[in-house]
Design a binder for this molecule. Structure first.
Ligand code: NAD
Length: 336
């Protein structure tokens, strides 16, 4: 399939590596900072273009991948969607509800398929847990959780390197940027949340609006409780995400924030816990997750199958993130 990349920063390399694994590749790339596009183009042997609108009109890619910072997506989305071209966008979809609502309005107007790159939903250890829940093996949710710690000194210190994350106009802390993954993974398991209570902490002196630590407690709309505890300040990295249900429990564990290395399962009917090891780490095998996610989208485009992480999942995650920030700021429990 012909895929145009808009924005060619760090994460796009994992996308391109993933595409290669499914026999696809970037057909062209565009970045507001031309040297970034040129570097990417050189690595993957595609064209770095100057006029993406002309490319959309002339080449009509099968879909466009948008990996610009979350504060600068709307214009690109409109140009792509108004031409009837499907869209694959990075998470978080936006940093505020105003932009999210505009995206929703565009989606309703242009009706093109849209997928949000909640890539961890397409990695095998999580998919095992997801399938057990969907098949009813673990029963209804009692306690759903995500605990993930890592990143360390780079995000804890007094200042951070210049990037969109440190630009006061685009700044977007961990609760919006990164917890969008956890919220989406949990929502897929237990459905929507009813209330959100949170404490959030920023640790970078030069960026008081850039939060790096969160403790979030939620009520699950259909019953049960959920928690997220997360740190971008921890020198020791680990993660544990799980579902404690009325019939059994599954936990996905890893040595890093996004290492989904094994899935451990125990139901009422099993005499012992069963551990399946996937050896799936962020640094070594993320490209395979990207491959799975792009394959999911490409299958949806060719067969019309359902997209598991559509625009709505990005909007739902943003609502929870914003509720957590509001809860911390106003010291209230937010009802969604
Ligand atoms: N799914 C994941 O696991 C994952 C991991 C990391 C990052 N991300 C997401 O990907 C997005 C990009 O993150 P990144 O780490 O690659 O950032 P980055 O800073 O490495 O790259 C951003 C790129 O966008 C370009 N850019 C900035 N403004 C632009 C504009 N107006 N038009 C066109 N290009 C523009 C920059 O020049 C840069 O090349 C973010 O939303 C981030 O949250 C997702």
């Amino acid at each position: 399939m012909k895929v145009l990349f808009i924005g060619t920063g760090v994460i796009t390399y994992a996308h391109a590596d993933g595409l290669k694994l499914i026999g696809s590749e970037p057909s062209a790339c565009y970045d507001i900072f031309k040297p970034s596009a040129e570097r990417f183009a050189k690595t993957y042997g595609c064209e770095a273009i100057d006029d993406y609108k002309e490319y959309l009109d002339k080449e009509r890619p099968d879909y466009v991948l948008i990996c610009t910072p979350p504060g600068v997506r709307l214009e690109y989305m409109e140009e792509v969607m108004s031409r009837g071209i499907p869209l694959y966008i990075e998470k978080p979809i936006a940093t505020n509800m105003e932009d999210a609502i505009k995206m929703q309005e565009m989606a309703e107007k242009y009706k093109v398929p849209i997928m949000v790159n909640f890539v961890h939903c397409y990695r095998p250890a999580y998919e095992q847990m997801y399938k057990l829940v969907k098949d009813g093996v673990l029963g209804d949710p009692i306690n759903v959780f995500s605990h993930r710690f890592g990143q360390g000194a780079g995000f804890r210190g007094r200042n951070m390197a210049a990037s969109w994350r440190t630009n006061p106009k685009l700044v977007c802390g961990m609760t919006i940027e990164s917890l969008s993954h956890d919220i989406t993974m949990m929502t897929a398991l237990c459905g929507d949340f009813k209330t959100v209570a949170a404490n959030v902490k920023a640790t970078v002196d030069s960026l008081p609006t850039f939060d790096t630590n969160s403790a979030i407690s939620m009520e699950i709309a259909k019953g049960g409780i959920a928690t997220i505890s997360a740190s971008w300040s921890s020198d020791i990295a680990f993660s544990m995400r799980g579902y404690v249900g009325t019939k059994g429990t599954a936990i996905v564990r890893g040595g890093g924030q996004f290492d989904l290395e094994d899935c451990i399962v125990k139901t009422d009917d099993m005499p012992y816990e069963q551990v399946t090891n996937y050896h799936d780490t962020y640094d070594n095998t993320l490209a395979q997750g990207m491959a799975n996610a792009h394959k999911h989208f490409q299958d949806a485009l060719t067969t019309g199958s359902e997209i598991r992480t559509p625009l709505e999942s990005g909007i739902a995650a943003l609502k929870v993130s914003l509720a957590a920030l509001k809860s911390d700021k106003e010291k209230v429990v937010v009802t969604l």
